[in-house]
Design a protein around this ligand. Structure first.
Ligand code: PEP
Length: 251
């Protein structure tokens, strides 16, 4: 039985004052022990603030990326171990903004995924097709390529991790995949993993991301293979994020 999770991705947003107001508003609504996990992935400089405000609460925290390297001459990188030192539980890897804007390749994303696991973080491995790829009927081929990159070193790699299906055309655009489109992609990913290991596939949480809002969350999260959401823009508005989190709860 998989539990549902709602994870916020703040992207390059926030300030000490704005974060404090947002997190305090979330703390007023999210109980210490809910049936749906709740977390926020913050810019790395705010991990200390997240720990200070969230420790002991029902809200977890994490990073939006980690270095594929452990240490050394890699200016600007932040390692999984550094993130873990701040009590973070999660690390997003392979977000399409990293892939498209910063040139993260499948190989780099897998190395980051492995580095996050090594640091005992829960990696949230993002996959998803562009609009051009969807319109060319290549959605499944793209998802297969992205997931096969990690499956190549064994399905056990996915144990304890999470996947996020994030169609690139739905991220920050206000266009959401329909619940049927999301379910189809999630079921495809789970079946692809099941070929290698049924138990790992059955246990793996697969989140949906792409313009999730309070208004569409309930329908998306009701799909059998959708185990919650990775939420960008709407995670910056406490009321909206809480409503999305509630939508993942028992109906
Ligand atoms: C994201 O960046 O992971 C995301 C899903 O963004 P948004 O919800 O704003 O589309």
């Amino acid at each position: 039985m998989r539990t549902k999770s709602v994870v916020g991705n703040w992207k390059l947003n926030g300030s000490l004052a704005a974060n404090e107001a947002l997190l305090k508003a979330l703390l007023r609504e999210i109980p210490r022990q809910g049936t749906v996990a709740c977390a926020v992935c913050v810019p790395a400089p705010y991990l200390a603030q997240a720990r200070e405000l969230l420790q002991g609460s029902g809200i977890g925290w994490g990073a939006q990326d980690v270095s594929r390297f452990e240490k050394g001459a890699y200016t600007g990188d932040v390692s999984g171990a550094m993130v873990a030192e701040f009590g973070a539980r999660y690390a997003i890897v392979g977000h399409s903004e990293r892939r498209v804007i910063f040139g993260d390749t499948d190989e780099m994303v897998v190395a980051k995924y492995t580095a996050a696991r090594r640091a005992k973080l829960t990696p949230i491995f993002c996959v998803g097709e562009t609009l051009e790829e969807r319109e060319a009927g290549r959605t499944e081929a793209v998802l297969a390529r992205q997931i096969d990159a990690v499956l190549a070193s064994g399905a056990a790699q996915l144990q304890g991790g999470m996947l996020a299906y994030e169609p690139v055309w739905a991220i920050g655009t206000g266009k959401t995949a329909t619940s049927a489109q999301a379910e189809q992609a999630h079921a495809f990913l789970r079946a692809r993993i099941a070929v290698k290991d049924k138990a790992v596939a059955a246990a793996l949480p697969i989140l949906y991301g792409g313009s999730v809002k309070a208004a569409n969350a309930r329908e998306l999260f009701a799909m059998p293979n959708v185990d919650g959401g990775l939420v960008g823009g709407a995670s910056l508005v406490a009321e909206e994020f809480v409503a999305i989190w509630r939508a993942a709860g028992p109906q």
